[in-house]
Design a protein around this ligand. Structure first.
Ligand code: KG4
Ligand code: ZN
Length: 368
C-alpha cells in the first residue's frame, strides 16, 4: 500500500504549492495522502508570445498565490492553524516562479511554526503514480517512468523514494516542446499539445511520411529536432498561404504517430535496460496524449507489464503531486530514523538533477 504508515504520518495536512512554470497551483492533502482540495490556474498571459515568458510567469504567481491559497483552504474547510506542514516545488524550473512559490511557502511555515519541505518538481511527477487510488497496489518500486513534458523528456528507473537513475533523455527538444513548436508551425494556439491532438483526430496518421529519429538505435535517448525540420519542409511550399485543413490535420496525425512510434521504441529499449521493472508509468503533460498512452499501454502489454498513467489533470503541472512527494519524503525520513524534514534554508534551484535526491536521506550530508 502506498498509504503512509501511522508512525510516519505528519501531525496534520500538508499545504503544497506549485509555481515552477506557468501553472500556479495549491493543494491540501491529508496526512495519508487523500486530496482534500486542489486548485490550478493556468496563466493566460503567455499565449501572445508563443511560449512561457519567465518574468510574466513570476509576476502572475505573485499576484495569484495569496488568493489561491486562501480559496484552497476554504475548499477544504480548513484554516492555516490546522496544517501539519507546508511544501513547495523548489526546482527545477523557472527561477522567478520558484522563488515566489518557495518564499511564500517558507513564510507561511515560519509564521505557523511548522516544517517546510522542499520538493523536486520532477520527483513529484515521478511519484504521482503512487498517489492513493491511481494504481490498485500503490505502484510498488521499482518501476520505469517515462517523463514527457514541456521541459523534460526522460526515461527514469524509479528504485525508491529519492532513488532515481536516468536511463536516457532527449538530446535536443523535449517531447512537449516538439508538440508546441509543430503546433505553432501549423498555426495552432499555445500550448500546442492539446490543440495538435485535437486537429490530429481529423487526420490520417499514415498520410505523410516522416522520419523516426533514433529508431532502433541502442539506448533510450530521444531526438525530435529532425522531425520538426521535416515538418517545416512539408510546410515550406505553402509559404504564407493558409494551409488546407485536411493537409494540416494529416500532418498533425502523422507527426503524432511518428512521436508515438519513436517513444514506443525507446521505451522498449529502456525496459531492456531495467529488466526488474514490473510497471511502466507515464507522467508529464505529454502523457495526457491519448495516442501516446495507447501505444505505451500496448508496449507494456506485449512485455507482460502493467501500465499506469495518472489522470490527465495529474499529468500536467499541479500541486497534488507536490504534496504527495512531500508526504513520501516525510515517511521515508521517518522510516530511516532521520529528523523531520525542514528545508527552510534550502534555496530554489533552476536545475536540480534527480540523482541528487538520494542525499536527502544520507545522514551527515546537507543540501546546499
Ligand atoms: O508537465 P507540463 O504541464 O509542464 C511542464 O512542462 O512541466 O507539460 C506541458 C507540456 C506542453 O508542452 C504541452 O503542449 C504538452 O505538455 N501537452 C500535450 C498534451 N497536453 C499537454 N502534448 C501532447 N498532447 C496533449 N494532449
Ligand atoms: Zn511538470
Amino acid at each position: 500500500m502506498s498509504h503512509l504508515s501511522a508512525t510516519a504520518q505528519p501531525p496534520g495536512p500538508v499545504l503544497a504549492i506549485e509555481s515552477s512554470c506557468d501553472e500556479t497551483a495549491c493543494a491540501i492533502l491529508s496526512p495519508t495522502g487523500v486530496c482534500l482540495a486542489q486548485r490550478v490556474v493556468s496563466q493566460d498571459g503567455h499565449a501572445d508570445f508563443g511560449g512561457v515568458v519567465p518574468e510574466i510567469a513570476a509576476r502572475a504567481h505573485l499576484a495569484l498565490l495569496p488568493g489561491l491559497v486562501e480559496a484552497t483552504l476554504a475548499d477544504a474547510g480548513l484554516s492555516t492553524t490546522d496544517l501539519g506542514f507546508v511544501a513547495a516545488s523548489t526546482g527545477p524550473g523557472l527561477i522567478g516562479g520558484l522563488i515566489v512559490g518557495t518564499s511564500f511557502a517558507k513564510g507561511l511555515a515560519l509564521a505557523l511554526d511548522i516544517p517546510f519541505v522542499a520538493v523536486n518538481h520532477v520527483e513529484a511527477h515521478a511519484l504521482t503514480a503512487r498517489l492513493p487510488g491511481i494504481v490498485p497496489d500503490g505502484a510498488p518500486f521499482p518501476y520505469l517512468l517515462l517523463l514527457v513534458s514541456g521541459g523534460h523528456c526522460q526515461c527514469i528507473a524509479v528504485d525508491g523514494v529519492g532513488h532515481y537513475r536516468k536511463l536516457g533523455g532527449t538530446i535536443d527538444d523535449a517531447a512537449g516542446e516538439a508538440f508546441d513548436k509543430v503546433a505553432k508551425m501549423l498555426g495552432l494556439g499555445w500550448p500546442g499539445g492539446p490543440a495538435l491532438e485535437k486537429l490530429a483526430q481529423q487526420g490520417n496518421p499514415n498520410a505523410i511520411p516522416l522520419p523516426r529519429p533514433l529508431l532502433r538505435r541502442p539506448g533510450c535517448d530521444f531526438s525530435f529536432s529532425g522531425l520538426k525540420t521535416a515538418i517545416a519542409q512539408k510546410l515550406a511550399p505553402f509559404g504564407q498561404d493558409p494551409l488546407p485543413h485536411q493537409f494540416a490535420a494529416d500532418l498533425a496525425a502523422s507527426f503524432q504517430q511518428a512521436v508515438a512510434d519513436v517513444v514506443a521504441d525507446r521505451i522498449n529499449h529502456a525496459l531492456d535496460m531495467m529488466p526488474q521493472a514490473r510497471l511502466l508509468v507515464a507522467a508529464g503533460g505529454v502523457a495526457a496524449n491519448t495516442t501516446l498512452r495507447t501505444r505505451l499501454e500496448e508496449v507494456a502489454q506485449q512485455r507482460g507489464l502493467r501500465f499506469a498513467a495518472p489522470p490527465l489533470k495529474l499529468c500536467t503541472d499541479n500541486a497534488v503531486m507536490v504534496g504527495w512527494a512531500a508526504l513520501e519524503t516525510w515517511r521515508e525520513s521517518a522510516e530511516r530514523g532521520l529528523p523531520t524534514p525542514n528545508d527552510t534554508t534550502l534555496r530554489p534551484r533552476p536545475r536540480w538533477p534527480l540523482e541528487d535526491m538520494a542525499q536527502r536521506f544520507e545522514p551527515g550530508l546537507t543540501q546546499a
